[in-house]
Write a protein that binds this ligand. Structure first.
Ligand SMILES: *Cc1c(COP(=O)(O)O)cnc(C)c1O
Length: 444
């Protein structure tokens, strides 16, 4: 089947087979015979084209996309500006290895990141391939700068699947189970989870800080890293004041304060970065997912004196800051700004919040509706309690998939449905998908 992706794809939900269809099932059989079992798939429909708010599969079904490939295609799949920039770049050159012979695209992305990330201090950036790689490098840089070793992470955190970032990630299944031993000097402290801990931001920060002081000691601590809205852990937005209190403590104690904005960055939460919501300025920020319209790229950006502390040759990699990904990133960041997609994210968030707030009046299994912008979630609980309703949550995602809606779940307790639509989705498609989620809830 040949079909061109991008916004010109018919913006409709259309099912011509059951999900997954026969051709997707054939593909799944090939996958199972050829691909390592550890590489699981959430929904085994094989995609042939995507754009706007839909994905079309090999059987000709058109599904509504509420996942954006996990918050990646914020500007939409095959966004025209990205396709154009990438096409032009591959015709010029595909690779040099920036640390052998440099090129402008990498430098231009660094300049752009230094400009748009929080804070107006002097900054430097370094580019990598994946979110996990950015996080690893942020830790490397913080350790090199402070000459200290310990790293503080939080409950419910997700930072990746490489050895160091696995150890920094909270959830055992599926991310860590059987994959140890993990890197030393990583210490976990409580996060702010307003729905479940009932604490103010200042109180939650005090709990974390006390634990750090008693169990780690600021003199040993190189870095504290946190997602400003926790992603895989359940789209947990901390109580107001939590992040500023942590930042203040870190600064006072010569601890590098790192925000992991791999999932929250670039318009997704309705601001340029989630940190902007409370005016928090991190020492270092890690970015990836939404940065390049689907091409692999990540970055660490931060204070010049910290970033410049590592010696030449200490940071890099064969493919880091690929010219193709850099071309895509420049076009992507430009698109967020030109099309004011942060404002669009806020509109999407308002539609989702209003929709579930209405349903919640008559269904107390909707425990919490939270998030910001187009990074929204609903936490499902058993009626009359706050007990996590994980089975209900997977049933909802399955029902939605059968009806042609790609819906992701998350959360430490597996009871959170998350909404991460591409910012190019129409209101009509979004509302149609939300109604299907409501139908799924009613049916379960
Ligand atoms: C996805 C994610 C990562 C890991 O990124 P990869 O590109 O999958 O390595 C790290 N941190 C956060 C907050 C993420 O959401």
């Amino acid at each position: 089947m040949t079909l061109t992706g991008g916004p010109s794809l018919p913006q409709e939900r259309k099912l011509v087979t059951s999900i997954p269809g026969p051709k997707s099932q054939e593909m799944l059989a090939r996958k199972n015979a050829a691909v390592a079992a550890g590489v699981g798939v959430a929904l085994p429909v094989s995609i042939v084209a995507a754009g706007g708010g839909v994905m079309v599969d090999v059987d000709g079904n058109s599904l509504i996309d509420l996942g954006s490939g996990i918050a990646v295609t914020g500007v939409g799949n095959s966004a025209p500006a990205v396709v154009e920039a990438v096409t032009a770049q591959v015709q010029q050159f595909t690779h040099t290895c920036f640390t052998v012979t440099p090129y402008e695209g990498y430098i231009a992305v660094a300049e752009k990141l230094n400009e748009v990330t929080p804070g107006d201090h002097e900054k430097r950036s370094a580019l990598f391939n994946s979110g996990a790689e950015a996080v690893e490098n942020a830790i490397k840089i913080a350790r090199h700068f402070t000459k200290k070793n310990a790293v503080v992470v939080f409950d419910h955190a997700y930072h990746g699947r490489t050895n160091l970032t696995m150890g920094m990630t909270a959830k055992n299944m599926p991310y860590k189970d059987g994959f140890g031993p993990f890197a030393p000097e990583v210490y976990r402290v409580p996060a702010s989870y307003p729905y479940r801990d009932g604490l103010t931001g200042a109180e939650a920060a005090q709990v974390a800080i006390t634990q750090i002081e008693k169990q780690v000691g600021a003199d040993n601590l190189a870095a504290m890293i946190i997602e400003p809205i926790q992603g895989e852990g359940g789209f947990i937005a901390p109580a107001e004041g939590f992040l500023p209190a942590l930042q203040e403590w870190a600064t006072a104690n010569k601890v590098v304060f790192i925000l992991d904005e791999v999932q929250t960055g670039f318009a997704r939460t309705g601001d340029r970065f989630a940190a902007d919501h409370e005016g928090v300025v991190p020492d270092l920020i890690t970015t990836a997912k939404g940065i390049a319209g689907g091409l692999p790229l990540s970055a660490v950006t931060g204070r010049a004196e910290i970033m410049d502390s590592a010696h030449a040759g200490g940071l890099g990699g064969t493919y880091t800051g690929s010219p193709i990904s850099c071309a895509a990133a420049l076009a992507t960041i430009d698109t967020y700004e030109k099309e004011n997609l942060a404002a669009r994210a806020t509109e999407i968030g308002a539609i989702i919040t209003e929709f579930f707030a209405e349903l919640q009046k008559n269904d107390d299994r909707i425990g919490d509706i939270r998030g910001r912008g187009a990074m929204m979630a609903v936490e499902f609980v058993e009626s009359g309690s706050k007990n996590p309703a994980a089975a209900l949550t997977s049933a909802i995602a399955k029902h939605a998939a059968n009806e042609g809606v790609i819906l992701l779940t998350c959360g430490t307790y597996g009871n959170v449905v998350r909404f991460l639509p591409p910012l190019s989705i129409s209101d009509e498609l979004l509302r149609e998908a939300l109604q299907i989620v409501a139908d799924a809830l009613a049916a379960n």
